[in-house]
Design a protein around this ligand. Structure first.
Ligand code: GP9
Ligand code: MN
Length: 647
């Protein structure tokens, strides 16, 4: 059949096949939201543009090389696409360069990875097989030997296509590349391959930023913090937990929607629900993590800075200078430790913990892990707490100890004998199982409280519990809507689902439910307030949750925000109470037109962008190396005391 096609060169055939495949993946395997016909068109065009851009390079090669180039380009391209797909199935997100260099994490994914690979995936390599077969069989009849003029023409054509794609994307989404948009927007508009190139450029830029940063940048940022995020006012809770131990429990993937909620008529988290009764419970508390997941939540708690828009800051900037919660407490006589039954290198924790001033890391090697007592990611939460108690008892007091749970982690596997609530029944296995692992975690925490009491560790401690990030991604929206008895999960609902539980239990104190807007960024100053630790020299974007002078919003890492009145996400501004859409960017007629709806979200939106940019600037520039946290002194000279302290 191919003799009739021998006028169509392989680079064109390759571009078409690869383009079609990529389009199928975008359209049917990724869950990319398409709002209008223009987006449909762009999504259809960009796979072919990217494929042609690469395959057309082959015309510059000698004929015998062309085949080889096209074969390998299609193979490598397919792997890039496939790795993204596997990653996407877990995180509903696309790979970025820093994540790629976290190979040790990939190796540790274990059971999760297997759950993400499907046999029919092999079909995604069909075009590669065809290209290899055809190129072997029909050999040089499919190569081209162009004169210079035609080569230039092929090249110009590929660039013209690219430009055309870019112009359409700009019309659809002005300033696509300048604004910090989410990765889905980039992939949808310029394609996954161009997105990767963009990402590489961005990452190199951030490396360069450290080199060129100087301490003067910090002056403006510090004054922003002093004016907007610092609240040194005292409340009657100030110092209430002075010199008490801090037991901080990170609740893996726990979202607030399960709290005080039921499944099959049963409470999902009976223990936590009871505990709320005698704790300070923040019901509008949001996680602010990005790709670094658990480690991002740890970063927020330790630094009061935002994690990065892409990659895990634990990896990319694990060597920076910080003024961590652990260090602050150490200076006040605390011993500091983290308990987590996973490899110490996961999320680069071993390196980062050292840098953050954590004295002791009880990683997987501190635990007895067997087939019987583990599931999914490793040691189950119940034996984890049980085995931790002896270490906790031996710690010098007061201690600041964080416990990171693990069982309630995707894909939410649990042994039958550990399940004490029936699965949910929907099209999402993930959500169905989630309730069971959540219940298991609830029981594990109940047991932990009993063990703390029995070991005499409870009375002198405060116990803080915090959900680290979402567990159910928007990939499972249909099932989630079914559970929540809604028609659909809107952009507004999506933001509200980013609430995670946060409670502070002070033995002997009553507690109460607090509705004000709060986020992980606030944990550090809040703890300092309760512990009576002076943090007035600290630089952070968080504010004591018990104070009254709080800024009016919580920024999520993608630029969405929640304020007292509004919820803003994806260019849409909602009424926070009612969920009603007030205005979307397209409705927002910027002129003086009579019916123009003013974008109520815009002023805060700008401040959020500013704040996130400041935070990134601190991290990319490693600006705290210029700051002396003892004397509140900015020194533009690198040789300041912090830098010396490290050596
Ligand atoms: C890994 C654990 C889970 O050690 O913290 O990580 P996550 O995937 O949630 O970031
Ligand atoms: Mn986690």
């Amino acid at each position: 059949m191919f003799h009739r096609m021998n006028k169509i060169p392989l680079y064109v055939i390759g571009s078409l096949l690869f383009g079609i495949k990529t389009y199928i993946v975008y359209r049917f395997l990724f869950n990319i939201e398409l709002d209008n016909i223009m987006q449909e068109i762009i999504l259809f065009i960009n796979p072919f543009v990217s494929a042609f851009l690469v395959f057309a390079i082959s015309v510059w090669l000698k004929e015998e090389r062309q085949m080889k180039f096209i074969r390998y380009a299609s193979l490598i391209g397919s792997f890039i696409l496939y790795f993204n797909l596997i990653f996407y199935r877990n995180f509903t997100d696309f790979l970025t360069i820093p994540v790629l260099f976290q190979g040790s994490n990939a190796a540790d994914l274990g059971s999760s990875v297997l759950a993400l690979i499907n046999i029919p995936d092999i079909l995604l390599f069909l075009d590669v097989a065809i290209i290899w077969y055809v190129s072997k069989k029909y050999g040089n009849s499919l190569t081209v030997s162009y004169k210079k003029r035609k080569k230039v023409l092929a090249f110009s054509l590929s660039i013209a296509f690219l430009l055309g794609n870019y112009i359409l994307a700009e019309i659809e989404r002005p300033q696509l590349l300048q604004r910090t948009f989410d990765r889905e927007y980039l992939v949808k508009n310029i394609g996954i391959f161009n997105y990767h190139i963009y990402d590489i450029v961005q990452q190199s830029k951030s490396k360069a930023q450290r080199v060129f940063a100087d301490g003067n940048e910090l002056t403006e940022i510090a004054s922003y913090m002093n004016n907007n995020t610092t609240d040194n006012s005292q409340t009657d809770l100030a110092g209430i937990a002075e010199d008490k131990n801090v037991i901080f429990v990170s609740l893996e993937s726990l979202q607030s929607f399960v709290i005080n909620n039921t499944l099959h008529g049963e409470e999902i988290t009976p223990f936590l629900n009871d505990l709320i009764g005698d704790s300070y419970y923040f019901e509008n508390f949001y996680h602010q993590t990005e790709q670094g997941k658990t480690s991002d939540s740890e970063f927020l708690v330790e630094t009061g800075l935002y994690p990065l828009p892409s990659g895990a800051v634990f990896f990319t900037h694990g060597q920076n200078e910080y003024n961590s919660t652990a260090e602050l407490l150490k200076n006040n006589g605390y011993s500091t430790s983290v308990f987590h039954a996973n490899n110490k290198s996961f999320w680069n924790r071993d390196v980062m913990y050292n840098n953050l001033g954590i004295d002791q890391f009880y990683d997987v090697d501190a635990y007895e892990v067997t087939d019987e007592n583990s599931v999914g990611w490793g040691l189950k939460d119940k034996p984890f707490f049980e085995q931790s108690i002896k270490y906790l008892q031996a710690l010098p007091e007061p201690y600041y100890s964080r416990f990171i749970t693990l069982t309630n982690h995707y894909p939410f596997d649990l042994a039958e004998e550990d399940a004490t609530i029936d699965k949910f029944d929907s099209n999402s296995k993930t959500l169905n199982q989630y309730f069971q692992t959540v219940r298991y975690m609830d029981e594990a925490i109940k047991d932990f409280f009993d063990q703390l009491k029995a070991a005499g560790e409870y009375e002198d401690s405060i116990i803080v519990l915090m959900g680290d990030h979402y567990g159910i991604s928007d990939f499972h929206d249909r099932a989630m809507a079914q559970y929540l008895e809604k028609d659909e999960i809107t952009a507004y609902d999506h933001i509200q689902l980013q609430r995670v539980p946060f409670m502070i239990h002070i033995p002997g104190e009553d507690g109460k439910v607090i509705s004000k807007i709060a986020g992980q960024i606030d944990v550090k100053p809040t703890l300092m307030h309760l512990l009576g630790v002076d943090d007035s020299n600290d630089l952070s974007f968080g504010t004591n949750l018990f104070g009254d002078n709080r800024k009016e919003y919580i920024a999520l890492r993608d630029g969405s925000f929640i304020s007292d009145d509004y919820i803003y996400t994806k260019d849409q501004c909602f009424n926070r109470e009612t969920g009603e859409l007030i205005t979307s960017e397209t409705d927002d007629i910027k002129g003086e037109a009579e019916n123009a709806i003013p974008n109520k979200c815009e002023p805060i939106e700008q401040q959020v962008q500013q704040e996130l940019t400041y935070s990134d600037q601190i991290i990319y520039g490693d600006l705290f190396r210029f700051y002396d946290f003892n004397n509140k002194n900015i020194d533009s000279d690198e040789n300041n005391s912090n830098e010396n302290k490290k050596k």
